[in-house]
Design a protein around this ligand. Structure first.
Ligand SMILES: [Zn+2]
Length: 387
């Protein structure tokens, strides 16, 4: 048993309390106002929040100007080695858990195992393996193609057999695949339902890449648990109602279009054009969804063009900019992100039972959205990993 002494920020109540967080076997067991009678006491100086979570990353993508082209040109071992280096950077930035929503040959599943076994340092990884898409659909170059409910079911089972702990399905087109319209429907509702059901059976999250309104509604009706990007058409009342009824989470990934737009002249022109057409609406819909009570989750889509690893501090800044309150910005990267990973109670909280993953920030995140960019110390599973 040991304890960490400091000023703790609790995301549930958005409250700041000075005290002692008692840890045993890598998990939080208690919070006390007075020093515990036994065990080592480790002082933390700054504002201590639960380990931050990025709910949408692509560890095998570089975040360069054209990551898909880069992948096709490099050997698999190079991609793996570069991803291992990225994992260290996540940890240093206070991000102690990520969800990978599609990696080259499903390699994030293998990275997750290496981290779990203690072979390499890194955030805890909830990996979807390969993304599943219709033949010729968005992301087909690095995903797996399936058509019809039966094939989607089988593809999902194959990813789970390989060790995936989340599922990624393409409900609409996207920005990064040439010749594919960003908002156009991809999988239909029955195909999405087949995948969502396989994830549900295993108690793990199902994520739908969904940008057009029809695809978003299909995904919500199908029982998908997290909507990625969301929001390129104007949403109607039915969309907000479906979010409320299903309790689905929205992961807007505002950092993704921001990166592409800044890369004008360097990023492939078709990506810039597609992004310019939707960027303002994306921000507006995120704001409206938040105001209507949809839970917003912090996810960056890191690895996409000029969206480097790690980029969570920027996403949190952008979420504050579209109108999230500072307590809700903190919840987006802790409580709500843990829910998106299917790990509520284990991650994103300082409550007893959770992993003792902690980040010490220089400034109070309830007073500044920029606080996440200044990390002093990082604790993972009760061990100081950045002093
Ligand atoms: Zn993505």
């Amino acid at each position: 048993m040991k304890s960490f002494a400091g000023v703790f920020v609790f995301p549930e109540e958005a409250a700041v309390s000075e005290g002692y967080l008692v840890v045993e076997d890598g998990r939080i067991v208690d919070f006390a106002r007075r020093p515990p009678k036994a065990g080592e006491v480790i002082p933390l100086s700054g504002f201590v929040v639960p380990g931050l979570i990025d709910a949408h990353v692509h560890l095998s993508f570089s975040g360069g100007v054209d990551p898909a082209a880069e992948l096709n040109a490099e050997p698999l071992a190079t991609t793996v080695a570069r991803a291992v280096a990225r994992l260290r950077a996540y940890l240093e930035a206070g991000i102690t858990a990520v969800r990978d929503l599609g990696s080259r040959e499903g390699m994030a599943v293998g990275l997750a195992r290496a981290v779990d076994q203690g072979d390499i340092p890194g955030p805890r990884i909830v990996a979807a393996g390969r993304a599943i898409t219709p033949t010729g659909g968005h992301g087909h170059r690095n995903g797996v193609e399936a058509d019809g409910a039966l094939e989607v079911q089988k593809a999902a089972r194959r990813e789970f057999k390989a060790g995936a702990r989340a599922l990624k399905l393409m409900a609409t087109g996207g920005v990064m695949t040439p010749g594919v319209k960003a908002g156009a429907e991809m999988f239909d509702e029955a195909e999405l339902r087949a995948g969502a059901l396989e994830a549900k059976k295993r108690g793990v999250p199902s994520a739908a890449h969904a940008q057009g309104l029809l695809g978003i509604k299909n995904a919500l009706r199908a029982g998908i648990t997290t909507i990625e990007h969301g929001a390129f058409d104007a949403w109607d009342d039915e969309a907000f109602r479906l979010f409320r009824e299903t309790g689905a989470l929205l992961v807007p990934t505002l950092a993704a279009p921001a990166g592409i737009l800044e890369g004008e002249g360097r990023v492939p022109e078709f990506m810039v054009e597609k992004t310019r057409a939707i960027a303002e609406r994306h921000r507006e819909n995120t704001r409206l969804a938040y105001q209507s009570g949809v839970k917003i989750v912090a996810g960056t889509d890191a690895g996409t063009p000029l969206n480097p690893h790690p980029n969570l501090a920027r996403e949190l800044w952008l979420l504050a900019e579209v109108g999230l309150s500072l307590p809700d910005v903190l919840r987006a990267a802790t409580l709500h992100a843990a829910e998106a990973l299917g790990m509520s109670g284990e991650l994103g909280t300082l409550a007893p039972g959770a992993f003792a993953d902690l980040v010490v920030l220089e400034a109070n995140p309830l007073e500044s959205a920029g606080a996440y960019a200044r990390v002093r110390q990082v604790v993972q599973g009760g061990e100081v990993v950045r002093a």
